[in-house]
Design a protein around this ligand. Structure first.
Ligand SMILES: *[C@@H]1O[C@H](CO)[C@@H](O)[C@H](O)[C@H]1NC(C)=O
Ligand SMILES: *[C@@H]1O[C@H](CO)[C@@H](O)[C@H](O)[C@H]1NC(C)=O
Ligand SMILES: *[C@@H]1O[C@H](CO)[C@@H](O)[C@H](O)[C@H]1NC(C)=O
Length: 414
């Protein structure tokens, strides 16, 4: 597999080098350096007041997990931003029209399959016509009545934003609509927003001038943010927090992004798959212990962000932090490592396929619990330091940054 990637990357460089060269003389970027996995120098605790309103979001696998988190913890989670996500516990549910398949390690759990049979992998993304939202509603109701997730009545308060680019060829047409249908079983229509007319691929749509082509095909379609002149993260936060947010900051400061230690949340690390370090963005207005109480948005990356460099690229290219800066929202970015034995786990995807057992979508499932603990303890997160200065390696030209991004995202393909 390595050879074709290298081939494409070379092609990508050739493609991009010329048009971006012009920008190299004036622009510099600052690099956000990650601590090593075995660097134990956490000193400071964040020491900020506990956040008040909590929301979650993500794209792709991260959106699947955000759906799961919203549903399981609906008493404390007020809303969700779902950029291409499946319905709750959909990947492991047999629907009447599903085709039965031979056993497959990527589909370790199936509710309703006969012995020795399982579901088609990713039926909720690629074959979503079989999905029946009402059946999944019953699943959530049953879980709630057994006390495995919060009471579904809390979902009446949730504010849910959903997005699917018209050129998304991973969450195919109809798939995210089923997620909307699932939420519509619980959430009033006025609190649901489904944006499905922007011509992006499988990506966040961002505003601004960065040349991430909108709806690009081939190589560039793997970049998880595209400039479609529509501010997806902003629209999602506006919807969740009821509109009236202040305009975003021009540029979020890198120095407000801090690495926090995920070790206290590991549980069984092979099961939760947590990386050593995650990122948290703390706006200026929320920094001090005496500051106002702020809100919290938890942003889950999709599959493939197992290296710190791709993770940093994602976090710094999305504009959640710019909105957060002016609206007193702390943004938490938990991070997974490559782990486990399935392809999903090794790519650092969230557990939405039952990789560690059938209870993966409940409050006590290892990953769910780990993130819940992070949320509860966000004011006391241990921050990488005293070295939490960011090496301001100036003079990286924009061109080389873009090419690095292309190469990194091409490397994520599988
Ligand atoms: C950090 O702590 C772990 C476990 O206590 C230890 O194995 C590792 O060597 C430490 N790292 C450093 C750089 O001291
Ligand atoms: C999708 O579902 C239909 C039944 O609705 C089935 O015939 C088909 O084999 C499934 N798989 C694919 C890849 O279409
Ligand atoms: C399942 O398949 C039957 C027969 O093709 C069809 O009538 C029915 O609408 C399908 N159900 C769903 C949920 O698509």
């Amino acid at each position: 597999m390595a050879f074709p990637f290298a081939h494409y990357a070379f092609f990508g460089m050739a493609l991009l080098a010329w048009p971006l060269e012009a920008a190299t003389t004036t622009t510099t970027t600052t690099e956000l350096v990650a601590p090593a996995d075995d660097d134990n120098s956490t000193e400071a605790e964040l020491g900020i007041p506990s956040p008040t309103r909590i929301s979650v979001g993500g794209m792709s696998s991260g959106a699947d997990f955000a759906v799961q988190f919203q549903v399981a913890f609906s008493e404390t989670v007020m809303g969700a931003a779902i950029f291409a996500g499946q319905p709750y516990r959909c990947a492991t549910q047999r629907f009447p029209n599903d085709t039965m398949m031979p056993p497959n390690p990527e589909v370790p759990v199936c509710e309703g399959c006969p012995a020795g049979k399982t579901l088609e992998y990713d039926h909720c993304k690629y074959n979503s016509s079989v999905v029946e939202a009402r059946l999944l509603k019953t699943v959530a109701q049953n879980y709630a009545s057994q006390g495995l997730i919060d009471s579904v009545t809390y979902l009446e308060r949730a504010r849910v934003y959903l997005y699917r680019g018209t050129k998304d060829n991973i969450y195919e047409q109809g798939s995210v609509a089923k997620t909307r249908d699932f939420f519509a079983e619980f959430v009033p229509a006025s609190q649901l927003l489904f944006k499905n007319d922007i011509p992006s691929g499988h990506a966040y749509s961002l505003p601004g001038s960065k040349p991430w082509p909108c709806g690009a095909e081939g190589l560039l379609s793997n970049i998880p943010f595209q400039n479609c002149d529509y501010d997806g993260p902003g629209a999602a936060l506006q919807h969740i927090y009821g509109g009236g947010l202040a305009p975003p900051a021009d540029k979020a400061s890198l120095s407000k992004l801090k690495w926090f230690d995920q070790k206290p949340f590991y549980g069984d690390k092979d099961v939760t798959g947590l990386a050593r370090w995650g990122l948290v963005y703390v706006p200026t207005s929320c920094e001090a212990a005496s500051s106002r109480a702020c809100d919290l948005f938890v942003s889950f990356p999709g599959c493939g962000f197992t290296s710190y460099s791709t993770f940093v690229l994602l976090v710094t290219n999305l504009n959640f932090n710019s909105w957060a800066e002016t609206n007193h929202i702390i943004v938490l970015y938990p991070k997974l490592a490559s782990h486990g034995s399935t392809k999903q786990q090794q790519e650092g995807c969230w557990n939405v396929y039952g990789q560690t057992g059938a209870n993966y979508a409940t409050r006590d499932a290892p990953q769910m619990l780990a993130v819940r603990q992070m949320v509860k303890q966000v004011s006391n997160l241990k921050i990488w330091g005293p070295f939490s200065e960011y090496s301001a390696t100036v003079s990286h030209a924009r061109c080389s940054a873009y090419i690095t991004i292309i190469i990194l995202f091409v490397g994520m393909l599988s």
